[in-house]
Design a protein around this ligand. Structure first.
Ligand code: ATP
Ligand code: MG
Length: 318
């Protein structure tokens, strides 16, 4: 059964659903009534659509199960993007993976944006040099994308800076709804631009600014959760893309014993990203990266450097 075969779902509504990330019967069956009502559909028809999607899944021969072999075949397509530092690559099991969300979190100046810039360059390199030979989409919420930095990094790698800039598609997100909309749009552009990397820098700044106060917290978490699932399903899984989200860590002077390294999004972000990398400043240009709760890699730390030419292994020891 296809989405446009659901009762009351014509071509137009199917398109609307897909754009909002409800691109399979499973996604629709798991949606809440209010989520679909947000798309401008009436309550009665929403209930009918969800019920029919559930029935459709139940009647499908495999009901969403795939064999372990199918799962393995999909995992064999995973690509890895070099970070520019061998040590950091090793920590990540070879580089930043496709089909996954990697969350970079840490305090201001810890190197999140620098690393996101570097990956936007490196994804373009050929596979035998640690890239994917694909382009980057960059959703910039803090106005910190700097083409000049991209030029520096490209020159260091002896790449043509103009070509490299042409293969990075940047969009400024003005608020959290716009940010979500851009992520949906990214799904449409993925094939056309041959996208291998999508950056959201930073994930939380708009959400944090817009949803303040206790009463709105649940609402905020729900929206972020939806945004993250969209990134995973519509981009990472469907187009074999690597997703980088950055997240600033705030120290909380009001909570004396609180963990100063707790990321802003709290648990929701942590549980929907596949890899979580905590970055912190060390001496000089050095940065320390720590891998936190990865599904199949040991936790560990490494040191790297942010230089004019980009992300590198640290010269000398700490
Ligand atoms: P925020 O949370 O504020 O967004 P961030 O983690 O994104 O912070 P970055 O912008 O990635 O931080 O890091 C900024 C740091 O990167 C600078 O403080 C500097 O140490 C280093 N840096 C930036 N540009 C250069 C450069 N051209 N050469 C060397 N180091 C640089
Ligand atoms: Mg930044």
């Amino acid at each position: 059964m296809e989405i446009d075969e659901l009762p009351g779902v014509g071509e137009k509504v199917a398109e609307k659903l897909k754009e909002a990330g409800f691109d399979s019967l499973e996604a629709i069956a798991a949606a809440s009534i209010s989520e679909l009502k947000d798309l401008g559909l009436g309550e009665a028809s929403v209930s009918k659509i969800i019920k029919a999607a559930k029935d459709g899944i139940k009647n499908a021969p495999q009901m969403g199960f795939e064999t372990g072999l199918d799962a393995l075949k999909k995992r064999e397509l995973i690509g890895k993007i070099t970070t520019g530092s061998d040590e950091l690559n090793k920590l990540l099991g070879g580089g930043v993976e496709t089909q996954a969300i990697t969350e970079l979190y840490g305090q201001f100046g810890s190197g999140k944006t620098q690393l996101a810039h570097q990956l936007s360059v490196n994804v373009q390199m050929p596979e035998d040099e640690g890239g994917l030979g694909r382009s980057a989409l960059y959703i910039d919420t803090e106005n910190t994308f700097r083409p000049e930095r991209i030029q520096d990094m490209a020159k260091y790698l002896k790449l043509d800076p103009v070509e490299v800039l042409k293969n990075i598609h940047v969009a400024r997100a003005y608020n959290s709804d716009h940010q979500t909309l851009l992520a949906e749009k990214a799904g449409e552009l993925a094939e056309e631009y041959n996208v291998g990397l999508v950056v959201v820098d930073s994930l939380m700044s708009h959400f944090r600014a817009e949803y303040t106060g206790r009463g709105t917290l649940a609402d905020r978490q729900q929206k972020i959760n939806k945004h993250m699932h969209l990134l995973q399903r519509n981009l990472a899984d469907r187009h074999n893309i690597s997703i980088i989200v950055t997240n600033q860590v705030m120290s909380r002077p009001d909570v004396f014993f609180a963990d100063p390294t707790a990321p802003v999004g709290g648990h929701i972000v942590g549980h929907t990203s596949t890899f979580r990398v905590y970055l912190r400043k060390s001496k000089g240009d050095k940065r320390v990266a720590k891998l936190v709760d990865s599904p199949s890699l040991p936790e560990g730390e490494c040191v790297f450097e942010v230089t004019t030419g980009g992300i590198k292994d640290a010269k000398g020891k700490d």
